[in-house]
Design a protein around this ligand. Sequence first.
Ligand code: NDP
Length: 369
Amino acid sequence: MDFDSIIHALIPSSTSVTLLVGFFAYLAIAGSIIPGKLIPGVTLPDGTRLLYRCNGLLSLIFLLVLLGLGAWNKLVSPTAVADRGLELLSTTFIFSFLVTLVLYVAGCRSHDQSSSLKPHVTGILIHDWWFGIQLNPQFMGIDLKFFFVRAGMMGWLLINLSVLAKSAQDSNLSQSMILYQLFCALYILDYFFYEEYMTSTWDIIAEKLGFMLVFGDLVWIPFTFSIQGWWLLSNKVELTTAAIIANCIVFLIGYWVFRGANMQKHVFKKNPKAPIWGRPPKVIGGKLLASGYWGIARHCNYLGDLLLASSFSLPCGISSPVPYFYPIYLLILLIWRERRDEARCAEKYKEVWAEYRKVVPWRILPYVY
Ligand code: NDP
C-alpha cells in the first residue's frame, strides 16, 4: 500500500460512521435492558458505591446471534469490518478525541471535580484532557468507563471474527489463524464471563476517564490487539505439531495464572477468610493477601497476562517482529502500571504495604523482577 492509498483508506466514510454508531447504540440499549448481576463498585470518596450491571456476556452472545442472522440473510457482510479496517480506525480515533473534549468540558463544570487545578495554563489543560478530570462520569445512567472498556473488548472480537471471515473468503485460512483466533476468543469470552471482577481493577477504581483511557479502550485494544490477525491475512506461517503444542501450553499456563490470581484477589476482597489453595489465607495487617499467587509475586496476574499475550503472537512464528507488538507493548504497560499501583498501595496501606513487600519481595516474576 503506498502513502496515497493509506491516506485515502483512512478517510471515514458514512459506512464506518454508521457501523460505529450502530455498535455503540446496540451496546447502550443492550447494556440497559439485558438482565445481569448488579455488582457494587468500591466505596467512592463521597462514601457512595456505583452499581455495575454485568451483562456483557449476554450482550455479546445476543450481538453475535444478531450478526450471524444478518450474515445468513445477506443483510450484513461478515467482512464489513475487515474490509475497512483503516477507515474504522480513524473514525474511532476521531470519536475518542471528540468524546474526551466533551468529557473535559463536563469535568470542568462538574461539582465533584477532583482536580483543584483550573485550566488556565495550557499544560494543565492538556494534562486534564489526557488523564481525565472525573473518576466515574455517567451519561444517561451509563457508567462511561465501564461502557468503553466493554466496547473495546467486544470490538476486538468483532474485528477478529471479520478478519477470520476474510481469511476464509480468500481461501487462506491457516492453523496459525485458527490458533490465534481461538486463544483471543477464549480470552475475551472469559473476560465477559468474569466481568464482575473488572469492577475492582485499577482502571475502574483509580484511573480518571480522559483521552488516555478512552483511546486505550476504543482504539488501542481492538485495533492493536488484533495486529496478529491482520498480519496473518497476508503472511503464511507453517507450524510444526511441537510448536502448536508448546503454544497451547503457554496459553494454558498463562490463563491458569492470570485467572487464578485475579480470582484469588476477588474472593479475598469478598471474604478475607476464604481458603486459598485449600489452606487458610496468610493476611498482612488484616488487609493484604500474601498467599497463593499473591504470595509468589505482588502482581502475578500481570505475569499470567504476559504469557497469554505471548501465546496470541506465537502462532505467527518468528519471521517478523510485527505480531509481537502486543506482548511488547503489554510488558511496558504492565511494568509502568505496577510502579503506579505500587505507589498507590504504599500511600494507601503505609506500613502494612511495607510489611507485604518484605514478605513478597518480587514484583511480577520471581527471581527476575
Ligand atoms: P490489579 O487487579 O492487580 O489491582 C491492583 C489493586 O489490587 C491494588 O491497587 C490494590 O487495590 C489491590 N491489591 C494489590 N495487592 C493486593 C494484595 N496482596 N491483597 C489484596 N489486594 C491487593 O491490577 P489491574 O487492575 O492493573 O489488573 C487487573 C487485570 O487486568 C490484570 O490481570 C492485568 O494483567 C489486566 N490488564 C490487562 C491489560 C491489557 O491491556 N491486556 C491492561 C491492564 C490490566 P485496593 O485498594 O482495592 O486494595
